[in-house]
Write a protein that binds this ligand. Structure first.
Ligand SMILES: NC(=O)c1ccc[n+]([C@@H]2O[C@H](COP(=O)([O-])OP(=O)(O)OC[C@H]3O[C@@H](n4cnc5c(N)ncnc54)[C@H](OP(=O)(O)O)[C@@H]3O)[C@@H](O)[C@H]2O)c1
Length: 247
């Protein structure tokens, strides 16, 4: 059931997070939205509220542990608890290793790995003590298959895959009833490519997305499906992409 669930979404200011926020709120979830760009978050909350939904936002950087603790606190203070966290914030500044964009390597690790760890650290004590909760995370097809230009990004998304599987196993062993769902999107039309600074990579990926990309609404449907399952049922992994995309 989605109705009345309190759902924290990181990376909610655009793309997959924004589409998921709108869909879940339209189905009666109370959404708590985090990202760095306040203007986009405020507009999204306004839009959801005007449509009759319930939403709040917090400006946050997932790389900062205290921001993650704050958004969990906001969810509890505003809506009385947390049922689901969607760890979705991510960046993909792809480049060949030989370009040595070491600053971007570190930023990618900070957001895509440490951001996930910070989110879990903030919410897990609540989920363990209430013996329920749902963690959804956005990996990528880059977490399933290697490709040139994607060494660091792909590595962070392989991490998400491994981490989420261990979380699922430990939750079952420990009897905490925490459900997990990992999403592996292929080409989805969002703002993800905007942060690629390597011109050659940017051009090739833009061409790929122009040819194949589909709407982030499609991923939101999968997020909603996972949440909507009965509490005793864990739907665990979803690869989702354009029907026409061969790789
Ligand atoms: N689009 C695809 O084809 C695709 C494929 C596979 C996987 N993914 C994954 O899907 C997830 C969502 O990306 P998207 O495609 O929807 O792209 P997007 O439109 O660029 O959305 C990324 C979101 O992450 C937020 N974000 C980035 N750095 C952050 C930080 N340090 N702290 C908090 N929020 C941060 C961004 O907001 P602010 O800039 O406002 O902080 C934005 O809301 C990512 O994990 C991405 O790796 C996307």
């Amino acid at each position: 059931m989605i109705k009345n669930k309190v759902v924290i979404i990181t990376g909610a200011s655009s793309g997959i997070g924004e589409a998921s926020a709108k869909l879940l709120a339209s189905k009666g979830a109370k959404v708590v939205l985090g990202a760095r760009r306040e203007h986009q978050l405020r507009q999204l909350v306004d839009e959801i509220q005007k449509a009759g939904g319930q939403a709040v936002y917090q400006v946050m950087d997932v790389a900062n542990p205290s921001d993650n603790a704050e958004i969990v606190k906001l969810a509890k203070e505003t809506f009385g608890g947390v049922d689901v966290i969607f760890l979705n914030a991510g960046i993909m500044p792809n480049s060949p290793l030989s370009a040595l964009r070491t600053d971007e390597w570190n930023q990618t690790v900070d957001v895509n790995i440490k951001g996930v760890l910070n989110g879990i650290a903030a919410v897990l004590p609540t989920f363990v003590s209430q013996k329920s909760g749902h963690v959804i995370a956005t990996s990528s097809v880059a977490g399933l298959k290697a490709y040139p230009g994607g060494a660091i990004y792909g590595g962070t998304k392989w991490f998400v895959r491994d981490f989420m599987e261990v979380l699922r196993m430990e939750s079952a062993q420990e009897g905490t009833n925490i459900r997990t769902a990992t999403i592996y999107p292929a080409a989805i039309n969002t703002e993800l490519l905007d942060r690629i600074t390597n011109q050659d990579v940017a051009e090739k990926m833009t061409a790929l997305y122009e040819q194949y990309g589909i709407s982030p609404d499609r991923v939101a449907n999968v997020v909603a499906f996972a949440i909507d399952q009965p509490e005793d049922t864990n739907v665990n992994e979803f690869t989702i992409g354009p029907t026409t995309q061969p790789w």
